[in-house]
Design a protein around this ligand. Structure first.
Ligand code: A2P
Length: 276
């Protein structure tokens, strides 16, 4: 299987704080710690991914760290995100624990996983983690426009990312606009609807016409919508396939068709229902 070209894996954008982030990252939500996670990360790094997205709540930081070390890649070549688990108290102390589990000196991005207990209480600890050098960039996840506003109202260091569930079917235009206005980059998690959107007839039509897979069409849509996108897979060919989205372009008409699949009514909310 051909590796992703270095040109493709070099696709990055600058965050508001100047740090560069690769547009496509491997998400490892629901990938168990141990061999399965190590393999997925190893295959991604071999295929040219330079961005891995984990979380304290996923319980697989150790495997991500092991695969990173085993890859032999220089630490600075790979962008590592983890997320503060907000059922805990202290983002700064938890960042240190993540660093130990990952076996790295600093995180590229550290984000509040969800606004449990309100949007602002954790931010002071996030800023301390940033100030101490545990994280080069800090951000949030699953924050609505109003929750983001609340953080901006109290922040010295602004969040530069909001990681949210985003796809043509969850095209949260209001939230995307609010993030754009704040220079907060949107990261799309579950860009394939955890697999559900891959069987959609309109996605399949476009995929057939452009000679790509439904997964590639959904990931490419996110790239063309200026998002950072985090597809998850534990299968080698799919991991490779999901990164090969920089050698084709969707037409304006196809992007518009995909935009039209939105079921959120262009919401500025991050979630339809809370899980905590
Ligand atoms: P698997 O991990 O078994 O490969 P999302 O990124 O929206 O969370 O979607 C992840 C789901 O989609 C997983 O169930 C994953 O399965 C599946 N998946 C990921 N990439 C592909 C692909 N290229 N083709 C088919 N299914 C995929």
């Amino acid at each position: 299987m051909a590796a992703v070209s270095s040109e493709a894996d070099g696709r990055t954008r600058a965050l508001a704080d100047g740090n560069e982030i690769p547009l496509v990252g491997l998400g490892v939500w629901q990938v168990p710690d141990g061999r399965e996670c190590e393999e997925a990360v190893a295959w991604a790094l071999e295929a040219g991914y330079r961005h891995i997205d984990t979380a304290q709540a996923y319980g697989n930081e150790r495997s991500v760290g092991k695969a990173l070390r085993d890859s032999g890649l220089p630490r600075e070549d790979v962008f590592i995100t983890t997320k503060f688990y907000p059922a805990r108290q202290d983002p700064e102390a938890e960042a240190q624990r993540s660093l130990e589990r990952l076996g790295v000196d600093s995180l590229d991005l550290y984000i509040v996983h969800w606004p449990q207990g309100g949007p602002t209480w954790a931010w002071d600890g996030m800023q301390r983690a940033h100030e101490r050098g545990y994280a080069r960039s800090i951000g949030v996840s699953n924050f609505s426009a109003s929750e983001l506003d609340a953080v901006f109202a109290i922040a010295d260091v602004h969040p530069v990312v909001n990681q949210i569930q985003f796809s043509p079917f969850e095209y949260r235009r209001g939230l995307l606009d609010a993030c754009d206005g704040r220079r907060v980059a949107v990261e799309a998690y579950s860009p394939l609807g955890t697999g559900r959107h891959l069987g959609d007839a309109q996605v399949a039509d476009i995929a057939e016409r452009v000679g790509r897979t439904p997964a590639q069409v959904l990931i490419r849509w996110a790239v063309q919508r200026d998002l950072i996108v985090l597809p998850k897979s534990t299968h080698r060919e799919r991991i490779e396939q999901n990164a090969q989205v920089f050698d084709f372009e969707l037409s304006e008409a196809d992007v518009a068709t995909l935009d039209g699949l939105d079921r959120t009514n262009g919401t500025d909310r991050a979630l339809e229902s809370l899980w905590w």
